[in-house]
Write a protein of this length. Structure first.
Length: 219
């Protein structure tokens, strides 16, 4: 069987990033620069093409209500909020007041502060405290990897039919696909990838974008 895929190098990846809409976005680029100054922590920021994909998906599905688990400095939240209509709302969950202070600054610069609500605290406890009538069209999950499955089970009942859930870091740095995964985060991601592929409540596909995106549609 001939496999059809490409291994990206810096040249080809640069081409991918250039060939998308809004490559000259000054707000997102300024945010990337400020986040990169944090050092190793900057690896938690999503990639440019991933952000563009998220904006496109949110807009294409006409999502009006979204939730994000893990906001960091705000790049992904800006991309989600930009895909929402004028009256759309995004709830962001994060534990760090320091990192989300950066996010708040750039939400204002992007003119999106009225669309976004930040809730600080542990994601699991915050999800459990959501209003019983809260429902969403789109969810992005990018926080504690060992808690991904718990987030999923709390969020899925609140997703509308045909709504989307996107998980980040689902290739775990390219270390999956073997039986030698020992790290708890890697094992949790591998287990969830396999669960999502078999879950009759959803339709899913694991995409080799950035560090791997598992995209799910609620049936």
């Amino acid at each position: 069987m001939r496999l059809k895929y490409l291994s990206l190098n810096d040249r080809l990846y640069g081409y991918v990033c250039q060939c998308r809409s809004h490559t000259d976005d000054s707000v997102l680029e300024a945010l990337r620069t400020e986040t990169e100054a944090l050092g190793d922590l900057a690896k938690m920021q999503i990639s440019r093409e991933q952000g563009s994909l998220m904006t496109l998906l949110v807009a294409a599905t006409r999502a009006e209500r979204a939730i994000e688990v893990g906001t960091f400095t705000g790049y992904s939240s800006i991309c989600i909020a930009r895909g929402l209509p004028g009256g759309g709302r995004l709830i962001c969950l994060d534990e760090s007041e320091e990192w989300t202070a950066i996010a708040r600054k750039y939400w204002t610069l992007a003119g999106l502060e009225k669309k976004i609500e930040l809730r600080l605290g542990g994601a699991l406890s915050t999800l459990k405290r959501l209003d019983k009538n809260a429902v969403f069209d789109f969810a992005f999950i990018d926080a504690n990897k060992t808690e991904y499955d718990a987030y999923y089970e709390l969020i899925l009942p609140r997703i509308k039919r045909n709504g989307l859930i996107m998980f980040d870091n689902m290739l775990w740095g390219g270390r999956l696909g073997t039986r030698r995964v020992k790290h708890p985060s890697g094992r949790a991601i591998d287990k969830l990838n396999r669960k999502l592929a078999q879950d009759p409540r959803i339709e899913s596909v694991l995409l080799p974008v950035a560090d791997g995106l598992h995209l799910c549609r609620k049936r």
